[in-house]
Design a protein around this ligand. Sequence first.
Ligand code: ADE
Length: 226
Amino acid sequence: MRIDVFTLFPEWFDWFLGQRHVRNALGLGHDVRLFNYRDTTPLGHGQVDDSPYGGGAGMVIRVDVVDAALQAVYGPDTAAMLAARRVAVLSPSGRPLDDSVAEELAGLDELTLLCGRYEGIDDRVREHLSNDSLSIGPYVLSGGELAAMVVADTVLRKLPGALGHESSALEESFSTALEGAAEYPHYTRPACHRGWDVPDVLLSGHHQQVRDWRRSLAARRREEQG
Ligand code: ADE
């Protein structure tokens, strides 16, 4: 899978790209590429944004700047680009990211993430230069970069081999293996700390009982979360 991220702050992703599961995914032949809108802006002095029509605070990333960045990478045919790949704008008003959306994205060969900054991105980008929009939650971040990392993280860890331990992505929170339930609780040594005991069943060595216990707790958490 290839994930392309368009941003004004590619260096923010250095930390993310250094993480073990991301490096694993890259080592398996997957790719994360970063593109800076500023590198291809058609405007002078590296300009990428402008004040909003109709007034208001802050600056908006220009549609011609995003268009130039996309054309520099995918060529001049926007319709062909949109037919060939998923291009998602990161926005608080986008499609809410959840485990099934992450699963869907992990099945793609090509995913492009467009980060906005400042007050946002000209809405014509959403309308004409993208075919998806993603929100990581009902709150406003100061830009799409953290959201792009969240999306890339949850997608990359679903790719076979990225975690090094095949079953962990399958059985974790919200996956279909757990019928959408939040994950069961985990414990490790010591078995008792300040009188706080690990549940006996986990020390019993009965694998079926452990499985049943985990499933029932995952289901209970799902009920509690409504
Ligand atoms: N950009 C700003 N806020 C965001 C959010 N909640 N999700 C995705 N992109 C964003």
